[in-house]
Design a protein around this ligand. Structure first.
Ligand code: ADP
Length: 356
């Protein structure tokens, strides 16, 4: 029976991986032209459009001399030399690679294997990058569209509202007609508020700059803004030692205000709202806003972050369903994520991360 050698096992495993793996030898640690291909798995050979015989044992300068002719190529090759000489690992991030046959964007990292040897990991993210760029472009288009529409709708809604008020003030209306007219007027007010919210949503962060913000002061200010609601509901809001972060002030104010006012609003009947705000640091800041409110079922936890999505009728809880979509956008412009843990009847904790 044939016994598999360690080398055979390793080679076969590496060939089956979906990332590109290659091993290079740097013969002379002071000479970037002395770097040789020792092993390239199938993925890398495919990306290079080469057979093993054309590459293995040969020097990069022989196989891909064009790599030495531009800044980005030289930087990658110099990294191989440096890691082979000094050890460690480097994540090169996204690298543009092209020769006469292929070209694209690759995620690339270089790692020390042993003296004079490095291994490289490569993932082709060209399609992913293209899709990302396309998506960003579409998003900008969509926001521009929403901005134009909401801006242009403001005027006609204002005049509908003005005309209704004129009719109500100038003409003597029977009770029934007055009721109908009042209902039209309320609808116009609601439409106006939706359109204003939409306009605010698309203009979040436009032309703003970041500054250092003390979140203790910011939350104190939010509490002042919500003073009458806090008093009416007898809500308590606890927080201590929140950090200073680098961010967009108006937007962060809105973020805390939306989350805190939701925690007060979605409260159980005859229950005093109790809200606690905490922060801890890993490689970024994670904030949590916990309440003892009505909670959100697991099935609905994803939906609530969509614009204009609400789980309750207006008569139960007032609102337009844009607050959390706003919050999500604000957190994302700070390089973070927003999510919720919740149990129906027990309460919700909204968490968000901020990279500063
Ligand atoms: P709005 O508050 O105007 O309805 P949001 O976008 O702020 O809009 O919230 C969307 C929905 O998410 C709310 O209608 C509510 O159903 C749910 N929700 C948000 N915050 C909470 C909370 N703290 N507790 C329970 N449900 C919440």
């Amino acid at each position: 029976m044939d016994v598999l050698t360690d080398i055979e096992i390793i080679k076969s495993t590496m060939n089956d991986l979906e990332v590109g793996i290659g091993i290079f030898e740097v013969e002379d640690l002071n000479d970037i032209e002395s770097i040789r291909y020792v092993f390239m798995n199938k993925v890398i050979l495919y990306e290079m459009r080469k057979n093993p015989e054309e590459v293995i044992g040969k020097k990069i300068i022989e196989v891909a001399p064009e790599a030495y002719q531009h800044e980005a190529g030289l930087q990658v090759i110099e990294t191989y030399r440096k890691i082979a000489a000094e050890g460690g690992s480097v994540n090169l991030g996204l690298v543009q690679y092209s020769n006469e046959i292929v070209g694209g964007t690759y995620e690339c990292s270089v790692h020390h294997l042993k003296d004079h040897y490095v291994y490289v990991m490569l993932r082709n993210v060209t399609d992913l990058e293209q899709t990302k760029n396309e998506l960003e472009r579409k998003n900008i288009e969509l926001e521009r569209f929403a901005a134009i529409v909401s801006h242009d709708l403001k005027e006609p809604i204002n005049s509908i509202y003005g005309l209704i008020e004129l009719i109500r003030n100038e003409y003597k209306l029977g009770d029934e007609v007055d009721l109908l007219i009042r209902s039209i007027s309320n609808t116009a007010v609601r439409m106006k508020s939706l359109v204003t919210n939409l306009l605010d949503f698309v203009s979040i962060g436009e032309g703003k700059t970041k500054s250092v913000i003390n979140l203790n002061t910011l939350v104190e200010n939010v509490k002042e803004d919500l003073a009458s609601t806090i008093k009416e509901t007898n809500a308590t809001i606890d927080f201590e030692r929140l950090p200073e972060i680098n961010g967009y002030e108006t937007e962060l104010h809105l973020l805390f205000q939306n989350l805190i006012s939701n925690s007060i609003k979605f409260t159980k009947p005859y229950t005093q709202p109790k809200i606690s705000i905490t922060a801890f640091r890993t490689n970024r800041w994670i904030f949590s806003i916990e309440d003892n409110g009505i909670g959100i079922s697991e099935a609905e936890q994803d939906k609530i972050f969509n614009i204009f999505e609400r789980l309750h009728s207006k008569s139960e809880y007032a609102g337009t369903g844009i607050g959390l979509a706003h919050c999500k956008k604000i957190v994302e412009m700070h390089g973070g994520e927003l999510w919720v843990d919740s149990e129906v009847g027990k309460g919700s904790t909204f968490h968000f991360s901020i990279s500063d």
